[in-house]
Design a protein around this ligand. Sequence first.
Ligand code: SAH
Length: 304
Amino acid sequence: MGEANAHYYATRDPLGEEGDFTTAPEISQMFGEMVGAALADCWDRAGRPENAIYAELGPGRGTLATDALRVMAQAGLNPEAHFVETSPVLRELQRQRHPSAGWHSSLVDIPGDGPLLLVANEFFDALPIRQWVGDEERRVALEGDRFIFTNDGLIREESSLREAVARDISAGIASRGGAALIVDYGHLRSAIGDTLQAVQGHRYADVLANPGEQDLTSHVDFETLARATEGTGVATDGPVEQGQWLEALGIGQRTAALTKASPNRAAEFVAAKVRLCDSSAMGSLFKVMAIRHGDWPAPVGLER
Ligand code: SAH
């Protein structure tokens, strides 16, 4: 999964109608605006510390960063931007929109000691997992000219890489301060089940077909991510459903304001809000969780 996705992302921009899948920031500017507002508000209530860093993991086309940084600037927050991105194709797209950002292969390389305002949207789902049937790993083997799974049954998934990244976020925030928002599709509680999926051209595909040419993801187990941060000196908030979180941040008011400013685009704004918030679309499947320094407030919409 790791090798296939590394090739996949290194060789294309997979996002948008022409690509394989569409993410929340590509649906509407409102998504990045809500992220920016949530992080700016946290920073404000933390006493507006200096040298804050906007850090994003897997920033795609840089769209979320554009919308979030615009809202942050309106709140008097102008952080340096640092991106964790491995794909040269996507780094180039990000560079066109954010020429002064810094790029890193790992978030432990982000320079300075200022607090992190971090976001990862649809990043964890792309990091590789392992599957187990009982005590036996479910592996991929070659049979003739096609790949097959070595075993089947009740499948349990785990991802040491996802847990390691959650711990890296925690360690960074524990030493520098700040807050991180993790947004992804997945479940609140750990559960048994096979969630590995492949998407190509906006359709589900055979997960073992065309390695490196289709997007491989699996559900993010938020309970395990939160547990991975235990003992690192940070707090976690949520997870809550994306729809509920966006509503708490005022996406309804933002939809109304955009509609008032551009009445000819009203249908587009309303449709985007429905797609991001409704249970029939992304609203329930996607979850939001925060990791924050103990001295920082819980982000809006994620308070206990
Ligand atoms: N956050 C963006 C893009 C999501 S797609 C959006 O919401 O639109 C996943 C992103 O993570 C891409 O930018 C991809 O290149 C990046 N990525 C995937 N695996 C990665 C890895 N192991 N290290 C760093 N970046 C990775």
